[in-house]
Design a protein around this ligand. Structure first.
Ligand SMILES: Nc1ncnc2c1ncn2[C@@H]1O[C@H](COP(=O)(O)O)[C@@H](OP(=O)(O)O)[C@H]1O
Ligand SMILES: [Mg+2]
Length: 262
């Protein structure tokens, strides 16, 4: 049985096409690039971007905002009710380090909210899909498995997702406010939000810069799996009334700090 939404099925297919382009470059010996002007990262990023844009245009007339073509006027973006938000290759450090934790990200945003998203990690052969009101799944070798965020229960060790690339005193501070032990789970790219979506972690506090395309798709997966993605105030990191993270509501595409919580 496939996904309960033909559009999501098509988007999943598109992320796979982009993943194939990325893997063809990832599997090369990066040393061959030393004598060229280009880098494997740029080549993989652009190859994925082009296939995603071509394929999305063939199935939909909605505008596309991709990290690789993000110079679209705020004047124009303000007119968008729905659009595709794309990060063709998230986790560039992970790609270069060859640890496999990089992703292809496509989100459908409607009225500032991610309503459908696919995150595909080609090197891990694993995809995450979230569809508002219908649920969230992982997909591996054609097999779909429903996922859901798992709320922390009393006495359990808090599993907190952290960046492989940066740590901060604010995160230490947040961890000090939690009752019970804490364990840090390291992960690269948008897979960090997916860990909360699939119940492998309770919290992902992001106290560092990200852009909207870094989070849109995984945000859709997380919320469809029952998690929350809210704006994080470092002074009050566990505020139960924190507002949802939104998209395309301001000129800058930078996200505020945010918290993903099961
Ligand atoms: N100064 C900055 N401004 C905007 N985004 C930034 C940033 N520094 C890091 N990021 C974002 O954080 C992501 C890496 O996060 P992490 O280290 O947690 O995996 C990067 O994704 P890319 O790898 O796609 O560039 C990048 O988009
Ligand atoms: Mg990115």
């Amino acid at each position: 049985m496939g996904l309960p939404d033909p559009l999501a099925q098509q988007v999943l297919h598109i992320t796979k096409l982009a993943g194939d382009k990325i893997m063809a470059i990832y599997e090369k010996d990066f040393a061959i690039y030393e004598k060229q002007d280009t880098s494997p990262l740029t080549e993989a990023d652009l190859a994925a971007h082009h296939v995603i844009v071509d394929e999305l245009k063939s199935i939909s007339e909605l505008p596309i905002l991709s990290e690789e073509s993000a110079d679209i006027d705020w004047q124009e973006r303000q007119t968008w009710q729905q659009y595709w938000l794309v990060d063709p290759l998230d986790g560039t450090k992970e790609f270069i380090k060859k640890n496999g934790e990089f992703t292809v990200n496509i989100a459908l945003i409607d009225g500032g909210k991610p309503v459908m998203g696919v995150v595909y990690a080609p090197a891990l052969n694993k995809a995450y899909v979230g569809i508002e009101g219908k649920g969230a799944w992982t997909e591996q070798d054609g097999e779909l498995t429903a996922i859901s965020a798992k709320v922390h229960s009393a006495g359990e060790t808090w599993k907190i997702v952290g960046s492989r690339s940066h740590q901060s005193p604010e995160i230490q501070n947040l961890m000090a406010q939690l009752d019970g032990g804490t364990e840090l789970v390291a992960m690269g790219s948008s897979l960090k939000l997916c860990l909360v979506a699939e119940g492998e972690a309770h919290l992902y506090p992001r106290l560092g810069p990200t852009s909207e395309w870094d989070t849109g798709a995984a945000h859709a997966v997380a919320t469809a799996a029952g998690a929350k993605v809210t704006v994080l105030d470092p002074e009050n990191p566990l505020d139960p009334d924190a507002e949802a993270l939104t998209y395309n509501q301001k000129e800058s595409v930078l996200n505020p700090f945010f918290l993903v919580s099961a």
